[in-house]
Structure formats: C-alpha cells, structure tokens
Design a protein around this ligand. Sequence first.
Ligand code: AMP
Length: 288
Amino acid sequence: MANSRKKMKILHTKKSVSALSRSWHRAGETVALVPTMGCLHAGHLSLVALARKKASRVIVSIFVNPTQFGPNEDFARYPRTEKADLKLLREAGADAAFLPTPAEMYGPEGEATVSLSESRLSRTMCGEFRPGHFAGVMQVCLKLFNIAMPDIAVFGEKDAQQLAVLRRMVRDLDVPVKLVGAPLVREADGLALSSRNRYLSAADRERALSLSRALADAEAAWRAGETRPGPVLAKLRRAVSRAADSLDYAVAVDKDTLEPVRSLGPGTLVALAARFGSTRLIDNRIFR
Ligand code: AMP
C-alpha cells in the first residue's frame, strides 16, 4: 500500500476516473471522493484527511463548476491555483486528483439539458440569494458520483445547507454513496476558512470576524440557558449588520430539514451570509 501511494494520479477525463475507480473496486479497495473547487486550504485538507480514514483510496476533484454560479457572481474571477493545489494534495496523501474542463464535464454545448429541480430545502437561506445555485451543485455532484463511483463522499459542514441538500438528493434518488460531513475549520482568530477570504482587504477581514464572534455569542447564550431563537437571532443580526455591508440572512434551523426551530437545542444550525465589499461570506455553528 505504501508503495502504491507514492505517486498521485492527475486525471483530466471522466473515462480515466471511472476506469481507475473500477480497478480499485475490483482490487477490493474502498473509494472516497472529495469534491472541491480548488484554491485549497486547511479546510479542504481536513476533508482529505477524513476521507483517508474512511476509505483506502481518495479522489479529490477540482472543478469550478459554471452551473452553480449566477450571472452576476464570481465565476470568472474565482481563484484558480492548480499548481499549489496539486502540491497540497500530494502532501495530504490523495491518490488521485480529477481536474476536468467544463467541456469535459458538460460536453461541447456546455450545458446538460437535464437538471434536478429545486425544493424548499434548496430555495431557502442561500438559495434565496443565489437562485439556481443548489440545482447546479446537485447536478455536478451527481455527475461526479456517477463518474467516480465512490463508496463515500466527504463534504464540509462549512456549507451546511449544501450538505443538507445533497443528503436529501442521495436519499430521494437512492444514489449509492454515503455522505460524510466534516467539521468546519477556522483560522486561529475564528474566521471560517474559505477560498473567498483572499478577496478580503485587511479592513474587510477584520470586519468579517464579526461573523464567527456573533455565532460564538449565540452558542454561548444557548449554553447559558437561552432556548428562544428570537432574542438570540436579534442580537446576532444586530452585531453582524453593524460590521457588514449587508446581511443576507441569519437563521436558526434544524440542520437536516432546514426548518426554523422553535427552540434552540442539539442539532440546531445557526447559519448566516453577509457581504463585505464585493465578497459574500457564509458561516455557521451547529449546536451539539
Ligand atoms: P469549495 O472548494 O468551496 O467548493 O469546498 C469544497 C469542500 O470543502 C466543501 O465540502 C466545503 O464544505 C469544504 N470546505 C470549505 N471550507 C471549509 C472549512 N473552512 N472547513 C471545512 N470544510 C470546508
């Protein structure tokens, strides 16, 4: 095993990924997939580490998926750092990296004609501000599952709504993959790691610390005995609104159904999205 781990495979075609996964399965190995959009950081690498614990082979995909970006979003300027990403993945012990082009994924016409319809789960929260986003996420993830045929796929709780939407898709369509959630990784000062953090000026970054602080305060209030979402969210919204250029939403919902909770408790997801300059950041805390 140690020997065969030596060289990470770099693949660009769907066919080569499917063939590799098949060969691993035939050899009795288990396969984990970690889908990413690249510009990798410690948050992504924690997913790779978890994937390595859960499966004997790990494929990491790097694909900035055009179908999950809105027309006025940051698709064109989304940071692409392929060389550094591959180095990090090698060091992290990934077995294969899959870097398709949009044409490889969607064909020369550029668009798949069949798409998954959205539900309340994908229309709420970020879905309200990014219409079509989760339809694109479901589409690309289902394609990646079909291509890589993983036994498990690892997703970060940083994107808690994405995880809830994908869990539901896997259940509704009986997709033969087990989804594993990985804890949100933060900088030492609390800022949630995100590829988009590099858009932030020093001043914006300072202001963005309000997100993790306000979420920590919300959890502290719950631990001190407050179970009413109303006052906790009101305080959270005030604090973030003071620091951010705008607050898209701040909610307390059940982490699986994304329905607003009547009472804060274990399994409550407090999640928000806010803008600093032209950068939109999300953050959350899941109460345990
Ligand atoms: P992205 O490249 O932003 O599409 O993210 C790829 C995967 O990494 C998703 O499952 C994210 O939830 C996860 N991820 C991104 N940032 C973090 C973080 N700070 N902590 C944990 N997981 C993360």
